[in-house]
Design a protein around this ligand. Structure first.
Ligand code: HEM
Ligand SMILES: N=C(Nc1cccc(CNC[C@@H]2CCCN2)c1)c1cccs1
Length: 362
């Protein structure tokens, strides 16, 4: 929390790390003294633009659960620490989507809003991603749309929002600043979507499935040198399995495996016919085919696994530990058919880091 102020030790460790990896960043001693003075006077300290950008990139580099870290140095950092109103945050989130989407040539980007300060809470976004599909809970408990977003859908409805009631209604942003939540509809031109079709089965398009192009995580906290940035939405591009093996496949999400298996004409009488597995592959083929045909950046889990192996080697050559969590790094489809499956990792928690704001795992 922001009550107890900044941990000086974390501040000093970060300044030392910054100067060790950025020799051209000027002398360290005067900066260490300045930071110590600011902390004793105000209970916190202000990162320079260079420290903020480096901190955000290293927070990505330290993300144990991320398979996509090879390009950590190329993260684009939008410094919006002066923005601390709900309207300002909403405006900058719309702009984030525009610049990150880049008509499908997605650019990994993070926007950093105001930090927690002693005595005042920074703005937070209630949606766990900037683009989410509504989940409407019906009286019988079933959900139309994405069940993962049923709670935030109810919050938006309580705040006066009304959706069209389809399975893919894009939710408004819910931004809370100074204790008051505000709604902001996303302009359609910043929400790029991909309708899903299959290269060999013409009936697939008739399932009416689609997904949005850009994942922007908006429920994590960026921690750098003891300073907490509770609102720092970041995006990369999707790995196809996230959409095809989880979002559209999980029973408590869009639950499409039986639908696809039926249309494939598979024998669904027993698990051991592996009808689920065959449906999973075709669903993932459709995701990669549709994104690629529309020119929207996406990677397959084989390519991403190979890149991560390269990243591990590069980190070891740089003399650094590369922290990783096997249970998240190994893709949810064909795990042992990728190289990341066949080794162990050191799941150490390093800082700077992106941490869970809600505090729970999984
Ligand atoms: C550029 C392409 C990228 C790809 C393909 C990628 C891929 C992934 C995947 C597949 C996951 C697991 C997600 C899940 O299973 O729900 C993940 C997790 C994560 N990624 Fe990446 N990533 C990319 C870029 C980034 C960037 C730019 C950042 C931050 C600056 C980032 C930070 C994280 C974090 C913090 C997690 C863990 C989230 C959690 O704990 O819930 N990734 N990534
Ligand atoms: N490709 C991405 N996927 C991703 C990354 C981090 C977190 C998430 C969402 N994970 C939460 C879900 C729900 C529980 C398990 N997975 C997706 C990226 C999102 C932002 C940058 S890369």
């Amino acid at each position: 929390g922001c009550e107890e102020g900044i941990d000086r030790g974390e501040a000093e460790d970060f300044i030392r790390l910054y100067h060790a990896e950025n020799p051209s960043a000027g002398s360290m001693k005067p900066r260490l003294r300045e930071v110590a003075r600011e902390i004793s006077q105000t209970g916190t300290y202000t990162h320079t633009p260079g420290e903020l950008a480096f901190g955000a990139r290293v927070a990505w580099r330290n993300s144990n659960k991320c398979i996509g870290r090879l390009y950590w140095k190329s993260l684009r950092v939008r410094d919006r620490r002066h923005v601390d109103t709900a309207d300002g945050v909403a405006d900058e989130c719309v702009e984030h989507l525009r610049v990150a989407t880049n008509k499908g040539k997605i650019r990994p980007t993070v926007t950093v809003f105001a930090p927690d300060r002693p005595g005042e809470h920074a703005p937070v976004i209630w949606n766990d991603q900037l683009i989410r599909y509504a989940g409407y809970t019906r009286p019988d408990g079933s959900v139309v749309g994405d069940p993962a977003n049923a709670e935030v859908t109810e919050a938006a409805v309580r705040l006066g929002w009304r959706g069209r009631g389809t399975r893919f209604d894009v939710l408004p942003l819910v931004v809370e600043a100074k204790g008051t939540p505000a709604l902001r509809e996303l302009p359609p031109e910043v929400v790029l979507e991909v309708p899903l079709r299959h290269p060999s089965f013409r009936w697939f398009a008739d399932l009416g499935l689609k997904w949005h192009a850009v994942p922007v995580i908006s429920n994590m906290c960026l921690e750098i040198g003891g300073v907490r940035y509770p609102c720092a939405p970041f995006n990369g591009w999707y790995m196809g399995t996230e959409i095809g093996a989880r979002n559209l496949a999980d029973a408590d999400r869009y639950d499409q495996l039986a639908v696809v298996a039926e249309r494939l004409g598979l024998d669904m009488s027993h698990d051991r016919t592996l009808w689920r597995d065959q449906a999973l592959v075709e669903l993932n083929v459709a995701v990669l085919h549709s994104f690629e045909e529309d020119g929207v950046a996406v990677t397959d889990h084989h390519t991403e696994a190979r890149r991560f192996m390269l990243h591990l080697e590069k980190e070891e050559r740089s003399g650094r530990v590369c922290p990783a969590d096997w249970s998240w790094i190994v893709p949810p489809l064909s795990g042992a058919a990728t190289p990341v499956f066949h080794r162990y990792y050191d799941d150490v928690q390093l800082t700077p880091a992106f941490t869970r704001r809600d505090g729970n795992e999984g």
